[in-house]
Design a protein around this ligand. Structure first.
Ligand SMILES: [Zn+2]
Length: 83
């Protein structure tokens, strides 16, 4: 993200970005976005990527729960195969 390197407020914002998204807060309300066109554009890109990712991976469960589902599905299939 070379074009942001000159703005310490952008760097600070970017370092918090994952935490803010992870916390479920509405990132669009972040004060930095009100004043920074570059980061608004970045966020628009991220939203496009996030939407594409949701279409590719529609499962909402965290990976550990997903793995549990896969394991039990395999176990069920094994049980069926052994009949
Ligand atoms: Zn910025």
């Amino acid at each position: 993200m070379k074009q942001f390197a000159n703005n310490p407020r952008c760097e600070e914002f970017h370092s918090q970005l994952a935490d803010i998204i992870g916390s479920g807060e509405m990132i669009a309300n972040h004060p930095h976005l009100q004043s920074c066109e570059l980061c608004r554009a970045l966020l628009a890109d991220l939203n496009v990527i996030a939407q594409a990712a949701r279409q590719l991976f529609p499962v909402q469960d965290p990976p550990m729960a997903l793995w549990g589902n896969i394991e039990s599905a395999i176990a069920r299939q094994d049980a069926l195969d052994r009949r």
